[in-house]
Design a protein around this ligand. Sequence first.
Ligand code: F6P
Length: 375
Amino acid sequence: MKTIKRIGILTAGGDSPGLNAAIRAVGKTAIRDFGWDVIGFRDGYLGLAENRFVTFDKATLAGILTIGGTVLGTSRDKPHRMTIKGKECDMTDVIAANYRKNKLDALVCIGGGGTHKNALRLIEKGLRVVTLPKTIDNDVPFTDSTIGFDTALGIATEAIDRLHSTAHSHHRIIIAEVMGHNAGWLALGAGIAGGADAILIPEVPYDVRKVAAAILLRSERGNNFSIVAVAEGAKSVSDSALFDAALKKKKAAKTKEQKDVAKQELAALEGKHVGNTMRLAKELEQLTKLEARVSILGYVQRGGTPSCADRLLATRLGSACAHLLAQGAESVMVAARGDGYTTVPIEKVAGTLKLVPSNHTWIASARGVGTCLGD
Ligand code: F6P
């Protein structure tokens, strides 16, 4: 086992509250417990390709625990398909060369789905990589939770709480659109915690007539307002079937041409899906004859101060990460498991999403309190 002297850290993908707490925990533990040098690459994998980094010490790691976003900056750049000076380039070898030039013994990548796929590409080039799971979407598999999810859940829940009083005053339907293209954890969690009357998530295709019927039933019972929490990726039964067919086609594609056609079909469907929440509002107005309004929560969910739970999660996973590296860990994600942590091969994580299973307790609880899930 090679002794570690110097490590690099980067944050990649969409930002999420708690990233700085994670950087601080990895860095402080590495410096205090092991005396390693710690550098941080700017803007995700892009900074590693362009060799842009900062050197961390105890002073630069202080005072960042409670700050949202990431002091390192982030990007969605992929090592194998990076836009450099307006041209798409494969920078994987350049990244591997920079890793060696900087005499790194390990790289800590903090990110979600895309970050794990990219980490695997670097592992295949011989880099020693360990990851930490972060995303407000909570869709990284094999970890109890991801850094940023709890904060976003709190923000979305508070928004739904606030929408209640105005929906009630105006006897309206208010639809709160919550982030989550593929996974509905955020919409489902915030919908349950905020007492939404209907919750629509990508994993449960909805029938708008059933949502309208649930709203009308509430009206008959004297509740002339309703709150609908909808994930940005929620789809009607028919749209969902179209997406499934296009995805199947993409998976089955054997040649590059077939893959490109399937990708184009999927992109066209995604393009059509933009504005789905506004269309849903119109449909609900027509079916219920109640006024409907939409609040798109958007990037507010990713911004600002991390919650206590996210600071704790980031600190315990970050600190564990440094200890695991010292013990020889490589090619693993440090995952949250109960009060502790565990390691999961990055190979297992990359390319897999943790979706809400139909038998999940949150689904059962939502149904239990009479929430319409649109099915
Ligand atoms: O971080 C995940 C996520 O918040 C998704 O829910 C959302 O669809 C996506 O990022 C959008 O992020 P961006 O516009 O930064 O690519």
